[in-house]
Design a protein around this ligand. Sequence first.
Ligand code: TRP
Length: 458
Amino acid sequence: MQVSNQTSGNAGGMPHWSSRFAFIMAAVGSAVGLGNIWKFPYMVGTGGGSAFVLVYLGCVLLIGAPILIAELMLGRKAQRAPAEALAHLGRVHGGTAAWGLIGVMGVVAALLILSFYSVVAGWAVAYVPEMLSGNLDKATAEMTGAAFGELLGDPMQLLLWHTVFMALTVFIVAGGVTGGIEAAVTWLMPLLFLMLLVLLGYAMVEGEFAQGLAYMFKPDFSALTPEVAIAAAGQAFFSLSIGLGTMLAYGSYLPRDISIPKTAVTVALADTTVALVAGCAIFPIVFASGLNPAEGPGLVFVTLPVAFGNMPFGLIVGAVFFVLLSVAALTSSISLLEPIVATIKERTRVSRLVLSIAIGIAAWLLGFATIWSFGDWSDVKILGDRNPFDSIDYLTSSIMLPLGGALMAVFAGWVLTREDLWHELGFDSRAMFNLWRFLVRFVAPVGVAVVAVNKILS
Ligand code: TRP
C-alpha cells in the first residue's frame, strides 16, 4: 500500500495516503481480488445461481456499503490500529474498552483468511507457467479438469507457490511505505478488468451467454436456503474486505478532507462490477463446455483455461491474465496482513519487519491445512461435513466477518453521537446521512441477526 510519510497535522502520527486517488486505489486493491474472480463464481455455482446473486447484491447495497462507510469512519476518527481504535473510542464514548474485542476477533479472522488466501493465490501463480507450457492449447473441459487435478495432487508445487506468495506479501507489508503498490493498482488492476472484458467477449461469442445470464439473474428463489443466504451475506463482507478491520486500518491513514461516503461508494461499485463481470464471463463458458457450475473452488481454474486454450493468442493472454490475478490477490493479501501487524505493533515494541515475518510464518503454517484439504485431508471433517479449508472459510466469512461488521455498525450507530458522525463522515446531504444512519443502526444488525437465527433454526 502507498502510504506517505507525512504526518503533519494528524493526531497520533499515523502515516497518510498521498492523495484521495492513492487511497481509493489501495482500498479497491484490497476489495478486488480472489474474492471476486475465484470465490464469487464458485459460490454462485454451489449456491444455486440467481438466488445467491440477488441476496448478495442486496447485502452489498443495504448492509455492506453502509458498514464499509462505518469502518472507514471509525479508523479515521480513532487514528489508531483496529483493536486499539475500537477500545479507545469505546472508552471515550461508550464507557467501556470492551469494544476492542471486535478488533481482536478481527486479527484472528485475518490470520485465518490469509492462510488459505495465500494457497489459492498460489494456484493463480502456478497457472502462469501452466499457460505458457502449451499443455492447455485447444483445451477441452476434460483437459483443464485433469490439469487442475494434477496441480492439487502435487503438494510440493502448491507449497512452493504458497511460500512465494506469502513471502511477497510479507515483503510488501514489512516495507510499509512503498510506491510500488500504487503503481501496481493504478495500472495493473485496470488491465485485469480489460482482460475480464476480453473474456466476456469470448463468452458472448462462444459461450451459452443467454443461459449464463439467466442462471445469474433470472429470479429463482427455489434454491434459497438459510445456508445460501448466510453464504451470500458472508461473501458480501469478504468481497468488500469488511468486518475484520482492514478498512478500519486503511481509514486510519485517510486524510480529514476526504469524503468517506463517496470513497466507499466508489470502492463498492468497483468491487461489485468486477465480481459480476467475472460471473458473466464464466458461466456461459461453463454451460457451453458441459462443466458443472457447482464444481466448487476449482471452477474458475477449469473454466477460463478452456477459453484461453481456444482463443487467438490465448495462451499468452491466459498467462497475462493469471499474472494480473496474482497481483490483484497480492494487493488484497497485504490488506489482511496489515491490520494484524498494525494492531500488534501498537501494543508491543516489536518492529514492523519482525512482526510481518512472524505473522507471515504463522499464516503460512496454517495454510498447510488448506493445502491438505485438497489432498490427503479431503475426508477430514471439522465443522459439520466441512473439510479444514471449508471450515476455515465458513468460520471466517459466514460467522466472524458478519458478526464483526454488525458489531461495528452497532457501535457506530448506537454509541457514537449523531453530531460526531455527521462531522466525521462528510456526507453531502442530511437525507443521505440519515439513510446511512438508519441502515447501520437497524438494517445491518437486524439483517445479520435474521440470517443467523434462520440458520440456527434450520
Ligand atoms: N476482499 C478481498 C477479496 O475479495 C479479500 C480481503 C482482503 C478481505 N482483505 C480482507 C476479506 C478483509 C475480508 C476482510 O479477495
